[in-house]
Write a protein that binds this ligand. Structure first.
Ligand code: NAD
Length: 487
């Protein structure tokens, strides 16, 4: 029996990619081959853009309330298939089934919020800007948009954009990550079933070639990208050259500050989930734990953190008792182990060595790591400055909040930062002064809800308007001003 080969979805149909190049998709918890993903070429991309261009005029003229009805049907299908959708994410990515359920839920919430478009897309007006003259602003769609997606939230990330793009009357193309393409196939099965007109949504599998093709294509109006900082920077630059709107959400190195008065026992569940949830492969993951206080306090926090990390159950994410799955592939594990080596070389103390495996059940070791914890980390060290994107925590110390904030600002990223404290003044100073797009106050993972924009600053974001919420509605529309007078 041959292995299943994924297909592209173009103009309302599943079609074989015009390529001989396929990559194997492997379940990292079991090392079983799941399917093969095509690395599509220019002909596939051109066909998808052509379909999206052709579908646009009629879709744009479909009333917003009628466009939203397709999304209502999509929500129903997503709820019906909730568990199956979550299982696919776990199998292709490795995250625990509970984390996948969280991802599915977040994805549904995006569609729910986008379905409010008859309200959220409204413009505004003022009567009598001068005698007998009225002025109003209307928001209109622009044409074809696309999403270039990362591997780590294979179901949810394209949903930060797709439902808002089509609800506002644009047509859309998704390029999933070639590392985790299956979840998007599930989404497109449902989009197919809701009966959207052909060409309104399209999916082309592939890698950098397709991504660059989308950014270069003259018929694409705007690009949404989520991924690493070097690629995000490249996307921003390229879209500048080709004159496209762009949202580029990029990498991270998030700090969590523990103040002397923080209730560390109550915080611990949130901290574990922040540092080791999704095996550390989240742009909102805690990476640097910054302890403010004297030696005794530092010891207390480090000891409790290490104990909690040691107790995390690691194994196949489909096992409900497992709290952390494998990293997504063998190369990721190698890269993360390289960072652990680097931390040791640069003088940090490895308090918990996650390379020594302790796994639940009988699973192949290829992609697994247990949590690692470094202490005595300083900001000069690579592990404190660079994104590791794996289950590795670095613990640093600061004398007071001012120093902690200065340290946060020395790292080039600005995706998220959290403070744990009972002191309102400290919390307010943190919120006011820290240059990061998502701020947590006694919250470990600052994941904005669908009706708020997804923040990001410095090297974690390139663009002006953000994904989700009001920002993304604005991103997918252009304002037009009308001034009228009747003689
Ligand atoms: P990645 O940058 O390697 O890939 C992202 C996408 O870009 C993929 O679709 C890939 O095929 C494409 N791509 C890769 N190289 C390219 C190139 N040279 N030219 C054009 N396209 C290219 O990222 P990843 O490893 O899939 O995802 C992990 C990264 O994403 C982490 O850095 C993480 O922090 C970040 N991330 C950020 C957010 C956020 O909202 N800020 C959310 C999730 C993930």
């Amino acid at each position: 029996m041959g292995v299943k080969r994924l297909e592209n979805y173009i103009n309302g149909e599943w079609v074989e990619a015009r390529t001989d190049e396929y990559v194997e998709i492997i379940n990292p918890a079991r090392m079983e081959l799941l399917c093969e993903c095509p690395m599509s070429g220019k002909a596939d991309l051109d066909a998808a853009v052509e379909a999206a261009v052709e579908a646009y005029p009629e879709w744009r003229n479909t009333p917003p309330v009628a466009r939203a009805r397709y999304l209502h049907r999509l929500i129903e299908l997503m709820e019906e298939r909730f568990n199956d959708l979550s299982v696919v994410q776990t199998r292709e990515h490795g995250k625990t089934i509970d984390e996948s359920r969280g991802e599915t839920r977040r994805g549904i919430e995006m569609v729910e919020v986008a379905s409010g478009i008859p309200t959220t897309m409204q413009g505004f007006n003022l009567e009598d800007i001068a005698h007998g003259i009225d002025e109003y602003a209307i928001y209109q769609p622009l044409g074809v948009f696309c999403c270039i997606a990362p591997f780590n939230f294979p179901f949810m990330v394209p949903l930060w954009f797709l439902p808002f793009a089509i609800a506002t009357g644009n047509t859309f193309i998704v390029k999933p990550s070639p590392r985790t393409p299956m979840s998007q196939c599930e989404l497109f099965e449902m989009l197919d079933e809701v009966g959207l007109p052909p060409g309104v949504v399209n999916m082309v599998h592939g890698g950098a070639e397709i991504a660059n093709g989308l950014m270069e294509h003259p018929d694409i109006k705007g690009v949404t990208f989520v991924g690493s900082t070097p690629v995000g920077r490249h996307v921003y630059k390229k879209c500048g050259e080709t004159g496209k709107r762009v949202i580029a959400q990029a990498g991270a190195k998030n700090f969590i500050v523990i103040m002397p008065d923080a209730e560390i026992d109550k915080a611990m569940v949130s901290l574990m989930s922040s540092f080791f949830g999704n095996s550390g492969q989240r742009c909102l993951s805690g990476a640097n734990l910054l302890v403010v206080g004297d030696d005794r306090r530092y010891r207390e926090v480090v000891d409790k953190f290490v104990e909690a990390a040691k107790a995390i159950r690691v194994g196949d994410g489909l096992d409900e008792s497992v709290q952390m799955g494998p990293v997504q592939n063998v190369e990721s594990k190698k890269r993360i182990m390289g960072m652990i080596e680097k931390g040791i070389e640069e003088g940090a103390k490895l308090r918990l060595d996650g390379r020594k495996l302790n796994l639940v059940g009988d699973v192949p070791e290829d992609c697994f790591l247990n949590p690692s914890v470094f202490e005595d980390v300083t900001l000069e060290m690579t592990i404190a400055r660079e994104e590791i994107f794996g289950p590795v925590a670095s613990i640093l110390r600061a004398g007071d909040l001012d120093e902690a904030i200065e340290m946060i600002h020395e790292v080039p990223y600005g995706n998220a930062a959290s403070i744990f404290t009972n002191n309102g003044k400290w919390a307010r100073q943190f919120q006011h002064d820290v240059v990061a797009g998502n701020i947590g106050i006694n919250v470990g993972i600052v994941a904005p809800m669908a009706f708020f924009p997804f923040g990001g600053m410095k090297d974690s974001f390139f663009g002006v308007l953000h994904g989700q919420g009001r920002d993304v509605v604005r991103f997918f529309t252009e304002s037009k001003i009308v001034i009228q007078r009747w003689f």
